[in-house]
Ligand binder design. Sequence first.
Ligand SMILES: Cc1cc2nc3c(=O)[nH]c(=O)nc-3n(C[C@H](O)[C@H](O)[C@H](O)COP(=O)(O)O)c2cc1C
Length: 199
Amino acid sequence: MKINRFIFAPMAVFACLTIHAETLPAPQTTGGMPLMQAMAERKSIREYDLSKPVTKQELSNMLWAAWGITHDGKHTIATAMNRQELSLYVITERNISRYNPEDNSLTVVNTGDFRELAGRQDFAKAAPVNIALVVDTAKQERLEFQAYTAGAASQNIYLYCASAGLKSVVRAMFNHDALPEALKLGPNEKILFVQTVAH
Ligand SMILES: Cc1cc2nc3c(=O)[nH]c(=O)nc-3n(C[C@H](O)[C@H](O)[C@H](O)COP(=O)(O)O)c2cc1C
């Protein structure tokens, strides 16, 4: 019995500490609304139908649109000097996870409902998905280039949402003090915007 406890107790601790990763469905990278129409329909929307969840497929498509890898290890958006300083964090009712574009997966970084921190406006706190657009300031030190990167990714999320019949709004209003901690960001990482997505 003693031996069993010695074997299983460390295994249980290890299981708790193991970083949980979830593979998303493959993104659908063809089709959708014609681009010109999606641009015409893009707008910020703050009223949602909360009875409809954002599906894993929609999440996968949206994250790919924002930061998927498309050519030579590069992304759907340009980054100055190819610094690739962006990371996307998905904030839901259940947890916060980091998007891994290399294998189209999510790594859970924190468990629990942190939506309260994702927005100072009530609609953001109730929405099924908020995406934090985070830049690594050590990879790209120039603010205008960081802002370009986050802005380009944000626009791709908006266009995907227009195409897929989802609603979205990008926001600078979030809890700037507490959200970085909830995301467990490193000292060089900074949240520029949070983008709400819902039906
Ligand atoms: C950098 C940036 C920050 C924004 N921050 C907020 C915000 O905190 N809350 C909000 O409701 N909308 C925010 N917005 C959305 C703007 O209010 C919206 O884009 C603007 O009213 C134009 O409307 P449209 O997006 O429908 O064209 C932000 C937009 C940008 C580009």
